[in-house]
Design a protein around this ligand. Structure first.
Ligand SMILES: [Zn+2]
Ligand SMILES: [Zn+2]
Length: 442
């Protein structure tokens, strides 16, 4: 079996030898150029490893630099690995179990009204992403399934993080599935796992369960009747928290719901570890409500855009307790936004250094007595948010989220106006205001 995808080290492009134009219509005559060059190197005795070409297939996917040279056989273009060990990497046949998974994913997707295909190559600039099985979901959502079974060795896991990152950056939500517990415990992507099963069972229509990788979020109120300890301290804080609990889901449902967007990946940091798993979008939304506050409004959801509101996603806040989840802020299909408070764009640039000293002086006594109107607005926003966190019903939360959003926008607009007219630092006014409302004794 010959590799037909070649990486050109110096041009930094992948070449598809099965296509006349090598899949680069923008460079006419590319084949003649590289073939002539390769033959010239050969005649000059330049070792293959010092020439321009490497395997662009599985070798590259696994992070191995495998030198190749070109030849013509019976009118066909061929790329040949220099080393036998690289060649052997290609001859590992796809197991029956793996094929059964590919078929099952496509069948489950199809039954849910979604299309898809196996061994899909997605063009990315001048290179490609190779996806095991790609499901075309709703609203342009693309789920890239990669199946890694115990029938292959650990080499298959080389470069997972790089492949996941590249897929995510190009609009493909990676979904890696395995039947090996050791893989499922890795944190490099959102692994799901099923029990090890023979191909004929995987292929059948019967129950196939995902036994790890999916969590239900348990939302609870931090009062004296709570089952879990408060993640923020010893005493009860009265707020709402979320605790993830493992839950089995059917594999077919996972395929369809990820395509529909009703099951989504989240990630959060606990200590130095990033945890990754799948949850329902309803749980994800509710987690967003929990973790946002009035300077970090949650993303708009099927409501009219609120003018003047920040459309930034909430910024990431590290969790200190492994039991508690913080919101997923860098989901693969959501472009990461820089950490930023929600100051309106109209706010003026920071003052020049010369003015700064006198202004800082003003601030130190200027914000002590904030107008009661500001305090009332801030209090209203806090109350609305607290109420939102305590609502269980999805529809109720949609309504309350709107109430809270309006309250939050009102206080932000008022803070901006006040800081402007009093020539104060807006950020400091805001911080002082929150402190006054949240800890009235200070
Ligand atoms: Zn290769
Ligand atoms: Zn608490």
């Amino acid at each position: 079996m010959l590799a037909n995808v070649v990486w050109h080290k110096n041009f930094r492009i992948l070449l598809d030898l099965t296509r006349d134009d090598l899949d680069h219509p923008e460079f006419p005559g590319l084949w003649d150029l590289i073939y002539t060059a390769d033959r010239f190197y050969g005649r000059r005795g330049v070792p293959v490893s010092e020439r321009d070409l490497q395997c662009g297939g599985v070798c590259r996917d696994m992070g191995v630099e495998a030198p190749m040279h070109l030849r013509m056989r019976g009118g066909r273009r061929e790329a040949v690995h220099e080393r036998r060990e690289d060649e052997e990497r290609h001859s590992v046949p796809m197991s029956d179990e793996h094929k059964a998974y590919q078929e099952r994913i496509l069948r489950a997707a199809h039954e849910g009204g979604f299309g898809g295909d196996s061994e899909v190559r997605t063009r990315v600039g001048r290179t490609w992403i190779q996806t095991d099985t790609l499901v075309e979901g709703a609203d342009g959502r693309r789920i890239g399934w990669e199946v890694q079974l115990s029938t292959i060795d650990e080499r298959g896991l080389r470069g997972v993080r790089a492949r996941v990152g590249k897929a995510a950056k190009n609009g493909i939500t990676p979904a890696w599935h395995t039947d090996r517990a050791a893989y499922a415990q890795r944190n490099d992507t959102h692994w799901t796992r099923s029990d090890r099963l023979p191909a004929h069972l995987i292929a059948r229509n019967g129950d196939l369960r995902i036994v790890s990788g999916f969590r239900a979020l348990d939302f609870w109120h931090c009062d004296t009747s709570a089952l879990y300890p408060c993640p923020h301290g010893i005493r009860r804080c009265g707020k709402a928290h979320a605790t993830p609990t493992p839950r089995d889901v059917f594999f077919d449902d996972m395929v369809r719901q990820t395509a529909a967007g009703t099951i989504v990946p989240i990630q959060f940091r606990a200590g130095s570890t990033v945890h990754r798993y799948w949850v329902t979008s309803a749980d994800r939304d509710r987690l967003d409500d929990l973790d946002s506050d009035d300077t970090r409004l949650p993303p708009e959801r099927d409501t009219a855009p609120a003018t003047g509101a920040s459309r930034n996603r909430p910024t990431c806040r590290p969790a200190t307790d492994p039991l508690t989840v913080h919101a997923p802020h860098d989901l693969p299909y959501v472009p990461a936004l820089p950490t930023q408070s929600a100051a309106p764009a109209i706010e003026s640039a920071p003052p020049a250094t010369a003015q700064h000293a006198s202004r800082a002086h003003q601030v130190s006594d200027g914000t002590i007595g904030l107008p009661s109107e500001l305090i009332m607005l801030q209090q209203a926003a806090e109350d609305a948010h607290l109420k939102l966190q305590h609502l269980d019903d999805h529809h109720d939360r949609d309504l309350q989220r709107r109430v809270w959003r309006e309250a939050a926008e009102a206080v932000q607009a008022a803070v901006t106006h006040y800081a402007r007219t009093k020539r104060l630092n807006r950020h400091e006014v805001e911080a002082r205001l929150r402190q006054l409302v949240r800890n009235p004794t200070q």
